[in-house]
Write a protein that binds this ligand. Structure first.
Ligand code: ADP
Ligand code: ZN
Ligand code: ZN
Length: 667
């Protein structure tokens, strides 16, 4: 039989042949003697009944020492693991640890349950709406026929997507199958657990995410593995839930960047879900009010089946969105951060006892600090990122590594004293709001004020109860929160996310504005949203203002095609890290030449290696190259890159290589 070692090293990243007295199964965990000293190591059985290759001397084949009687995986998990290794260019070890949490089974009576005190939230549902019924019908049909279909459920906020999820999960259980439901953020787990508890037996549900304690996570894993619980809920690691016969995997808010892992292994949740479902021929259900451009294009091409929920359940009209041209405000002499229109609407809302949300996707006071004379911006010496002025702390803060620096009196480059602060952060919005509305209670929710869960809950609760009149925040307030009495939402500067140099910035802006706008008018009255911008004609802002996903998509997809961006290509990054800058750069360049010689599609268009600005390793340097791999060539590229990496290992260079595909953060 063959097995892989539970060992974090490229040198042992291979299958090894062993013999066993007893019968073992694929997915068993074993202890095996390894190497010259025959030290015992944990291993996973990947193949049984195979004849050893002729190159191996039969007398050298060792025997396994023991098999773990309590914990084992199944064949599907092992195959998915092997596939992940190829697809992402990672080690067996990295894939293995996605599937097995650290720890051991608990001693009797010592196991721990997370969310044990969370109460179920029962919502009365007498009948599904026509749209919901037809959506559920189509998905259930597909589950019955085991077609392994992928659905994209595009439903405006409050159209009742969660109700659809619960029906589909019920259907999976009725079929004797299991279900996985994922949310994009750990903070949203509790809310969804509450709704599931209102519908399903507590024993059926297990939660998986990375903020559980080790004990809790292992025990929840065991309950799924032993078939006690049939529904796994959680954040992206939930996709590895040890379930058999998976009937459905659901990704709520499928467009969120958190579904792409930003640590090794850098997997995409949707890929892993598709792979796993091939075995049980289950359904993948992707839900969103603002689907990602990639998913929507796949639906258009017929790879996914599109289902739409166009009406809000309670029929509240979508909010009215108005754009304000900030260039005109400037010309007419208003240099403040609130336009006259926003200010008068705030007065109006507060006068009629409505609450106000102000959204600005930057925390701090001023978002950058620069010299008037030489134009140099103040940067973090470790990260190379512009520092943000925090008035409260009286410091210049790096939002990447968190280091704080004293405010400079002189420009570090030219010595000039003319230092100026630009760009508006939430702290400044708060200051101006307080000046305009001294009698209104104002609170701010961003990473600076949200120090812990209790504080976040306090801020949210006081707003829900109507004590706070104006809530100011970053994207923390954009998601999922359901407030009843918000009459007005102001977007202070919609340009912030548009100006991020990333091919997804337009998509991101459309999603953010749509999401924030969705916070207005959730009661019975229509809400008002005012979006301030210096580029009010931008198509994504216009489309968000008219709640027109189609119009946004049609324009964005043309740009993606022209620029050769996803979904038409995969952006593959190969990054090289070394203590020696020269080594990192030269290795990157060698890799570039190597790919060019391989003659893969687009490999002639790779640019010179770049220093990675977002890399924060101490005393080391990272250089990367990027390839736009046309469809169908991704796997070939990964294959070549793995081969290149193997060469590096053989030469024992002090240069580490990593591969990332379609990363959300910039390198
Ligand atoms: P979404 O997930 O699309 O934002 P939800 O599923 O949370 O929407 O539904 C919004 C609200 O409408 C919830 O309070 C939910 O209980 C309610 N709701 C949805 N569908 C129905 C239904 N068929 N009957 C009664 N209430 C419903
Ligand atoms: Zn200067
Ligand atoms: Zn820094």
């Amino acid at each position: 039989m063959n097995l892989i070692l539970d060992q974090n090293s490229w040198h042992t990243d291979a299958e090894f042949t062993y013999a066993a007295e007893e019968t073992v199964r694929v997915g068993d965990l074993a202890e095996v003697p390894f190497g010259k000293g025959n030290r015992l190591k944990r291993a996973l059985v990947t193949e049984t009944g195979v004849l050893p290759s002729e190159e191996i001397d039969p007398s050298k084949i060792k025997e396994i020492a023991s098999v773990d009687p309590q914990v084992r995986l199944n064949e599907e998990m092992v195959r998915t693991m092997q596939w992940m290794r190829q697809r992402y260019g990672i080690k067996y070890y990295d894939a293995l640890h996605c599937f097995i949490p650290p720890g051991k089974p608990a001693k009797p009576g010592k196991s721990k349950r997370p969310y044990a005190r969370t109460k179920g939230e029962v919502q009365e549902v007498k009948a599904l709406t026509d749209e919901q019924a037809s959506a559920v019908g189509r998905i259930e049909d597909s589950m019955n026929q085991e077609k392994g279909e992928i659905f994209l459920l595009h439903g405006v906020t409050s159209s009742g997507k969660t109700e659809v999820y619960m029906r589909v999960i019920q259907h999976a259980l009725d079929m004797g199958k299991t279900a996985i439901l994922l949310v994009p953020e750990i903070a949203l787990t509790e809310q969804i657990v509450r709704r599931l508890l209102g519908r399903f037996d507590r024993e059926e549900i297990a939660v998986l995410h990375s903020k559980l304690t080790r004990r809790e996570r292992f025990d929840e894993w065991m309950r799924l593995r032993n078939g006690e619980a049939h529904i796994a809920v959680g954040a992206r690691i939930g996709v590895f839930a040890p379930l058999e016969n998976i009937g459905v995997i659901i990704l709520d808010e499928e467009h969120e960047s958190t579904y792409k892992s930003d640590q090794t292994p850098k997997y995409e949740t949707v890929d892993v879900a598709v792979k796993r479902l091939m075995y049980s021929r289950g359904v993948l259900l992707l839900g969103s009010a603002t689907p990602s451009v990639v998913s929507y294009e796949r639906a258009r091409e017929g790879i996914y089946t599109l289902i739409e929920l166009k009406k809000r359940y309670n029929r509240t009209p979508l909010p009215l969105v108005e754009m304000v041209d900030m260039r005109k405000e400037l010309r007419s002499g208003n240099t403040g951060i609130f336009s006259r229109r926003l200010l008068s609407s705030m007065k109006g809302a507060l006068a009629s006892e409505k609450q106000v949300i102000l959204f600005q996707n930057r925390r701090g006071y001023s978002t950058f600090i620069s010299c008037r004379d030489c134009g140099e911006a103040l940067r973090c010496p470790d990260c190379g990122i512009s520092l943000v002025y925090h008035k409260h702390e009286h410091a210049a803060v790096c939002h990447y590594c968190g280091r704080k620096f004293p405010l400079p009196e002189k420009c570090p480059s030219c010595g000039s004293r003319r230092i100026k602060y630009f760009g508006v952060g939430t702290e400044q919005v708060e200051e101006f709001a307080a000046r305009e509305f001294p009698d209104a209670r104002i609170e701010r929710l961003d990473l600076d004020t949200a120090k812990n869960r209790t504080e976040i809950n306090r801020i949210i609760r006081s707003f829900s109860k109507g004590e706070t009149k104006i809530l100011i925040g970053t994207q923390l307030i954009a998601k999922g929160l359901d407030f009843r009495n918000v009459g007005l939402v102001g977007v202070i500067s919609a340009d912030v996310s548009l100006n991020i140099p990333d091919y997804r910035s337009t998509e991101r802006t459309f999603q953010l504005v749509t999401q924030v706008a969705g916070r207005a008018g959730r009661g019975s009255e229509q809400g008002l949203v005012i979006v301030q911008s210096y580029t009010p004609d931008n198509f994504a802002l216009q489309a968000a203002a008219s709640h027109d996903y189609q119009s946004f998509f049609k324009q964005e997809i043309v740009i993606r095609k022209f620029m050769e961006y996803p979904p038409f290509t995969d952006l593959i990054i190969a990054a090289f890290t070394s203590e020696n800058e020269q080594t990192a750069m030269e290795t990157a360049e060698r890799c570039k030449n190597y790919l060019e010689r391989a003659g893969l599609p687009n490999s002639d268009k790779i640019l010179m290696p770049k220093l990675s600005m977002n890399f924060k390793g101490k005393d080391s340097f990272r250089y990367h190259i990027m390839v736009k791999a046309p469809r169908g060539s991704r796997n070939k590229y990964i294959y070549y890159l793995r081969y290149f990496n193997r060469g590096l290992l053989k030469q024992k260079t002090d240069c580490a290589m990593l591969i990332d595909v379609n990363a959300y953060s910039s390198y």
